[in-house]
Design a protein around this ligand. Structure first.
Ligand code: 6R9
Length: 646
């Protein structure tokens, strides 16, 4: 496919926080003089005791350790709230839109949010919660979730958010892993018009968690749910608490939160982030990546159960005094215009979403977008997976009407915030590329022997030196942290992603390393083939895995979801094979195409490739844990409809 370049639009080149030359200068300084660069960058925060040390980091086994600003003290909730009060106490901090468009929205100012956070912090204290205690949150996308996060941070407690779509078993495992004594939840959640029995799930989970002494329950729907005497209390009790709560003086390296994320093996890892470095990283990336200026209406459509919600719904935007839109619902309910109606309602200027949602909306056709106004939009963002050029172009042309740059931000739960990303005033865009490293990020590509690839090429993406937002450990298992990220290649952080760098130094994430397949000695990113398939006008979504092949080593097995109006048949299969051969070359010819009405996805929208890989390998006896799937019945359908393998 011919590569297109989208230059920085004139008004962005002139009006943005940083232009191309500015990026070059700042980037160079950030890697040549990290101490000086980050020492200055960290001045954006209010420190209680200023730091004198900036960077104490080593990725080598002998003196392994990661610490930033380690003798400084601060409180991140004070940085997100208190310091805005004098200047913009009456600015709206959280603009909340309910699941049901008929329910009134809420606009909570910094002053109100500050008071709510203090009251809730005092309620937590009254339950004996303090510094270092773990607090598990299992909450819907409501402002109280942000209140609870900031309240924990205010008193030095460590929050662990479990996505409200997870099962009771998954919740129980995460509560036990970090020994939470308290769980915050709601009677029910609402998503796409459906009720989710959160309190009942907590009750079920707690039959396996003896350590939990207290549950605080928010009344979201008013459902009649049983309360356990002596254990459960009503969130409304926070109203009786004082609206004064002094922020705890935290060391920069004190834990801020744990967030569980799954790796390719083993049980979920409790990714631990600390206070100072994470605060600097999320505030700074939020400002530069989104070119954020006070007063702008900004919407990150991620759930707070994921890292994107932590960093870019709550911490980053609030530290920058932003108005952050929080949305309880889903993109396609009551209809596929919902996102764009919310954009119009609040005059959203910056919208940040996930490719999976965009592809789903793209599939429904342009009319749902076209009938909304969207003239407030000036910048679009993407995160979570590679965005295929087809979806990128649709986002750019249809949603943004050609006027909004797209910041395709590559990062991970582990990285705390954006790592490889365009800056809208500085970076010409190439659809499908996350473009260039953010300040302080030193990406490198290694071959499987660990040799660094110079210039253009393909390899394993590693980061050569620490950055302030980096995770610090796996909760309760520091050795696993070191083993997972620092032993595949010595002395560097291993991302688990494959990546290509082109002649212009642009980075193209090709997908997880274990998604790379080798066909007749040719390495191919499954994302590349998927992208070709999705570029076909009858295809909505595709996932490609390797399959054993006698002659080629690995063959290509493609799962394809067609657009709603298309009937998948043998003729279409032949058409798609021809198409992929045309798009990439005969080497990429799919050996099997299985049509599927839906792909198995986690509740965060990531395709669960492990399952597809097993189907591709015809190893379906043990598909492993499928409890985190949004809809497990999708797998049964896939198994029942496997094409005959010859
Ligand atoms: C923020 C987040 C991390 C993995 C990461 C990569 C994929 C995320 C991406 C992307 C290509 C992007 N990923 N953003 N791939 N382009 N812009 O998603 O964190 O849930 O931990 O996932 O997601 O494979 O390694 P997390």
């Amino acid at each position: 496919m011919a590569e297109s370049i989208y230059p920085v639009p004139q008004q962005w080149a002139e009006g943005a926080l940083i232009d191309a030359a500015g990026y070059q200068t700042m980037y160079r300084r950030s890697v040549e003089d990290p101490e000086g660069f980050w020492g200055e960058a960290a001045q954006r925060l209010d420190w209680i005791r200023p730091f004198t040390r900036v960077k104490d980091t080593s990725f080598d086994e002998a003196d392994f350790g990661i610490a930033w600003f380690s003798d400084g003290t601060l409180n991140i909730s004070a940085n997100a709230l208190d310091r805005h009060l004098a200047e913009r106490g009456d600015t709206v901090a959280i603009l909340w839109e309910a699941d049901d468009p008929a329910e009134p929205h809420r606009a909570i100012t910094y002053r109100e949010l500050h008071a709510d956070v203090c009251r809730f912090a005092n309620l937590l204290k009254a339950q004996g919660i303090g510094r270092g205690d773990r607090v598990t949150l299992y909450l819907p996308m409501v402002p109280e979730a942000a209140v609870a996060m900031l309240a924990c941070a205010r008193i030095g407690a460590i929050h662990s958010i479990v996505f409200a779509g997870f099962s009771p078993d998954a919740l129980a495992g995460r509560i036990r892993d970090c020994d939470s004594r308290i769980v915050l939840t709601a009677d029910e959640g609402l998503r796409g018009g459906k009720r989710i029995p959160l309190k009942a799930n907590v009750d079920a989970a707690l039959t396996h968690c003896i350590g939990v002494e207290r549950v605080i329950m928010l009344r979201r729907t008013g459902a009649d749910v049983p309360m356990v005497e002596g254990r459960d209390i009503d969130w409304a009790e926070a109203a009786n608490q004082s609206a004064d709560c002094a922020p705890a003086e935290m060391n920069a390296e004190d834990p801020l939160f744990i967030l569980y994320t799954s790796g390719s093996t083993g049980k979920p890892k409790g990714v631990l982030h600390t206070t100072g470095g994470y605060a600097v990283w999320t505030a700074m990336t939020h400002e530069y990546v989104f070119d954020y200026r006070p007063g702008q209406i900004y919407w990150c459509a991620a759930d707070i159960g994921w890292v994107t919600g932590h960093s870019y719904v709550v911490y980053g935007p609030l530290m920058n005094g932003a108005t952050s839109v929080m949305f309880e619902g889903v993109p396609n309910w009551p209809d596929p215009s919902r996102f764009w109606q919310v954009v119009d309602k609040f005059k959203v200027e910056i919208f940040y979403g996930a490719p999976t949602a965009l592809r789903a909306l793209m599939r429904e056709g342009d009319d749902w977008v076209a009938k909304t106004d969207r003239s407030s939009l000036r910048l679009l963002g993407s995160v979570g997976e590679p965005i295929n050029p087809e979806a990128w172009s649709w986002y750019h042309r249809v949603v943004g009407e050609g006027r909004c740059p797209i910041v395709d931000t590559w990062w991970q739960t582990e990285t705390g915030g954006a790592m490889i990303t365009p800056l809208p005033g500085a970076t010409p865009l190439k659809p499908g590329s996350a473009t260039k490293p953010f300040f302080g990020v030193q990406p490198a590509l290694l071959d499987t022997d660990g040799k660094e690839i110079e210039g253009a090429g393909d390899g394993c993406l590693v980061i050569k030196d620490s950055w302030p937002g980096q995770m610090r450990t796996v909760w309760g298992d520091h050795d696993r942290f070191f083993q997972t990220y620092f032993t595949t290649f010595k002395g560097v952080y291993f991302t688990g992603d494959g990546c290509r760098r082109d002649e212009d130094g642009y980075y193209w994430i090709t997908g997880r390393i274990d998604d790379v397949i080798n066909v007749s000695g040719h390495r191919m990113g499954t994302a590349e083939i998927e992208s070709a398939l999705v570029a076909h006008h009858k295809v909505a979504e595709a996932a490609v895995v390797g399959m054993p092949h006698d002659i080629k080593g690995q063959g290509i097995y493609a799962f394809v979801t067609t657009n709603a109006e298309v009937t998948p048949d043998a003729a279409l299969r032949a058409e798609l094979i021809k198409w992929v051969r045309q798009e990439i070359g005969p080497i990429a010819t799919p050996d099997v195409i299985q049509f599927a009405p839906a792909l198995p996805k986690t509740r965060s929208g990531k395709i669960m490739r492990r399952i597809l890989r097993k189907i591709g390998e015809n190893d379906v006896g043990n598909l492993g844990d499928t409890s985190t799937l949004a809809d497990p019945s999708v797998v049964d359908h896939l198994l029942a409809n496997r094409p005959h393998l010859t």
